[in-house]
Design a binder for this molecule. Sequence first.
Ligand code: BJW
Length: 247
Amino acid sequence: MITMTRLEKVIELIQETRPQRIAVLTGAGISAESGVPTFRGPQGLWRNFRPEQLASPDAFRRDPKLVWEWYDWRRELVRKCEPNAGHAALAELERERPDTTTVITQNVDGLHPRAGSRNIIELHGNLYRARCTQERTVIAFDAPLESIPPMCECGAMLRPDIVWFGESLDSADMDRATHAASEADLLLIVGTSGVVYPAAGLVYVARGTTIEINPDETPLTEQCDWSLQMPSSEALPQLVAAILGRP
Ligand code: BJW
């Protein structure tokens, strides 16, 4: 008797149901194979740095220089990383299905746009943007900082354009993400520990099929219809090929 693997079953399901509208919620795990550290787990950033020391408004008020140095270090680290096969598969899906593919990412690393995705909702901000603490104007920047902390032309301090703990996500972004997740025929939940809200709550609004891709179980695993316990760089190219009807 031939038994199908879970991946084969999921591929068969996709081939049979032909989902049209696809939403993908990504977390740090999708970039792990590019060399970007995740937050939690044995190799995670929070192993060496406590979130409340660096990723909170209080931390920034206490020591803006320390917080900026941490972000500058991460920006330089990510700059040397390249998108992997998982990012590339999602970009390819959008190229073929531009109007019905949405990437909702918690990542601030910019690897989805670098891979070619365009319809992206960056829920937690972006490492390569800063925001004026007074005027709230947003500035994109790429080069390493000349002085830390950087200042706005208006004389006020700039802050990273990142959503820290206790801060609200942009409500328009969250509305778009909720709409995309609830309207999707297929919601992929990729490389997130599923503990940070409101992003993790998107699984509860899904009305289509939900598939989690993560080598580990998470609090979202039980909530999903399917769970593929494998790296996203292996799973995503195969799922995208099935969605696009390729052998
Ligand atoms: C692989 C892999 C491979 C590895 N392939 N996978 C409801 C209940 C409880 C608390 C709250 C709640 N609602 C709101 C809160 C408070 C808080 C929160 O969620 N706290 C919980 C942690 C307890 N949320 C907030 O504060 C949010 N704001 C908010 O809700 O505003 C309203 C409000 C205001 C005031 C009070 C209360 C509410 C904002 C959250 C912002 C999160 N920001 C961070 C830091 C950004 C800074 C930065 O980047 O520097 O964003 S936290 C950090 O976690 C980062 C990430 O985007 C986020 C999610 O992490 P992610 O992506 O899941 O990464 P990991 O490391 O956790 O997991 C990686 C996964 O990959 C693992 O599972 C691996 O197994 C897997 N993996 N290799 C596939 N090859």
